[in-house]
Ligand binder design. Sequence first.
Ligand code: AN7
Length: 357
Amino acid sequence: MQTTYKKSGLIEKYRQYLPVSASTPVITLGEGNTPLLQSFNIPKMLGCPTLDLFFKLEGLNPTGSFKDRGMTLAISKAVEEGAKAVICASTGNTSASAAAFATKAGLKCYVLLPHGYVALGKLAQAIHYGAQIIPIKGNFDRALELVRELAEHTPVTVVNSINPYRLEGQKTAAFEVVEHLSRQPDYLCIPVGNAGNICAYWRGFKLYRELGITAAAPRMHGFEAEGSAAIVRGEPIKNPETIGTAIRIGNPASWQEAVRAQQESKGKIDSVTDDEILAAYKMLGSAEGIFCEPSSAASLAGLIKHLSDGTIPQNALVTCVLTGNGLKDPDTAQKVTAVDLTPVEADLASLKKVMAL
Ligand code: AN7
């Protein structure tokens, strides 16, 4: 039977804007083209009915986070360049994504994880996709230092965001936001960990402005967790702490470029507390039917902060990036909302009683 199978994935869609040639092997899992969902309930709840709010649901990528956008390109280029093995340090999502794409490409994948600080679902993914998992007695920043050192002495390709192809792939998210809105947002709110994604979005928005596809570019508002807010404080943090383990990073790899993105876009890099992150996380679930991971909710937490202090006007067009899927971190979901899970007798009378019917 003949098919007219249309190739999927970001590289096919955006190859004119990406560093690939006709001979680059394309390793894809169908990443990208994630929904941009309009929010109706949250603007009302915040007392800002004129706010035009959209959520970019990056948790709907194949491995459940935005990392897949960069990984399709990084792994495709690694194969093109003849790599046999890839390595990354990760707070979880990079490792899940690297493991999946490496497996698809037939490459060996090593992942260095901060022991005890990777959400259960992310660990399960890396195991399931067959990566060699190496938990270390140290945090993410130490793991990344080790990866850099290893790469100097061994024939492994680093697929952390210091790999130049990662951010190039991730910039496609900005293209999609513009396509879905038919214009640029006024503000982009985004969590900041290693600060790569904020740079990637800025590259994408800047390019579309240069090409005349949009008239302007949004202001980039990035949000670190208060306990790991190195950029806000202006110095690396030795022992970063936050409920958002994905952004528990004390020495962001893309620090300088992120500051440039903030300055060029006339945006702001700020911090949000764990309580603010959790409030936003719960609000997304209970008001919008969106389950993102705690770190992702830093974007909404930041928006709420900047609406209340007047940094973002109440009638703005805002896109909040929700970077990862809530299913990755079932432990936090269960911990933050107390529910009674005591079983009831399996009969109608008991049910009616507990349901107050
Ligand atoms: C859900 O996986 O650094 O500012 O090793 O997983 O580009 O680092 C993850 C980062 C936000 C921060 N939201 O993005 C890793 C890792 C989620 C994340 C970030 C991460 P960057």
